[in-house]
Design a protein around this ligand. Structure first.
Ligand code: APR
Length: 243
């Protein structure tokens, strides 16, 4: 019988790779106001400041010291071995993260619901292109050649996340829902556990893996608290042992 797993990840899974989270004491939103850098209004008001913010994060992501950690690697392993364990088995990885550490670890059935830091979107032709260097108002779109219309392909506050139809369909059909390294403050992702509990398979199991209890911890069947690099590989092994 096929079994499907849906995994949601947040900034906590990349913390041990050297990337800041948002709401921890040393988090990004403790250093800069999201209203100044992560809304369409902020980009309208001061595009140079927004470009500078994401240029800094992009350069940080591309530093040699920033690499996938054992939690990213365990999820890539789960995707392969789970699929090998059953013809219809599948693992869908939904990340709120805009870094590329899941891809670098080998995950492939992956959706970036909040977009990607290493992508540019053109407001003139709407094309999405790979982008690994600094971006500015002078940057030229690789697709249409227009200058000045590029923005980072990240979903800002007040904008619609990507892939929502596919995500809700998978939540309605999953046997396991894992939530990893997210504080449960931002919707619609924070509502996924309730979506599974209310509208999913009656037998679906929901599991939180996080450094500490999230806002929605009481909604999960099981919670494992500790650093992702420890609790995720251990949980993945226990899941694979059951196959
Ligand atoms: N291992 C596991 N969890 C960790 C670790 C770690 N090493 N370090 C921190 N955490 C946990 C924190 O306890 C916290 O619950 O990760 C969570 C990070 O929460 P946030 O900083 O709120 O990040 P996230 O939930 O991903 O934010 C959601 O908000 O700012 C927006 O668009 C942005 O995608 C982001 C969204």
């Amino acid at each position: 019988m096929s079994k499907s797993v849906v995994i949601l990840t947040g900034a906590g899974i990349s913390k041990e790779s050297g990337l800041d989270t948002f709401r921890d004491a040393d988090g990004i939103w403790a250093k800069v106001r999201l209203e100044d850098v992560a809304t369409p209004e902020a980009f309208e008001r001061d595009p140079d400041r927004v470009h500078a913010f994401y240029n800094h994060r992009r350069a940080g992501l591309l530093e040699a010291s920033v690499q996938p950690n054992p939690a990213h690697e365990a999820l890539a392993r789960l995707e392969t071995r789970w699929r090998d364990a059953g013809p219809e088995n599948q693992v869908l990885l939904v990340t709120q993260n805009i870094d590329d550490l899941h891809e670098r670890a080998g995950s492939s059935n992956l959706l970036h619901m909040h977009g990607e830091l290493l992508k540019a979107r053109c407001l003139s032709c709407n094309a999405v292109s790979d982008w690994r260097s600094d971006m500015s108002r002078q940057s030229i779109c690789p697709a249409c050649g227009d200058a000045g219309g590029l923005r980072v392909d990240v979903v800002w506050f007040g904008e619609m996340p990507y892939h929502m139809e596919r995500i809700y369909a998978a939540l309605g059909d999953c046997d396991y829902f894992l939530s990893i390294g997210t504080s449960g403050n931002v919707y619609p992702a924070a509502g996924f556990v309730e979506q599974v509990r209310r509208h999913g398979r009656p037998t679906a199991q929901t599991i939180e893996l996080n450094l500490e209890p999230s806002e929605g911890a009481s909604l999960f069947h099981h919670c494992l608290h500790g650093p992702a690099s420890e609790v995720v590989p251990a949980y993945v092994e226990s899941l694979l042992d059951g196959t």
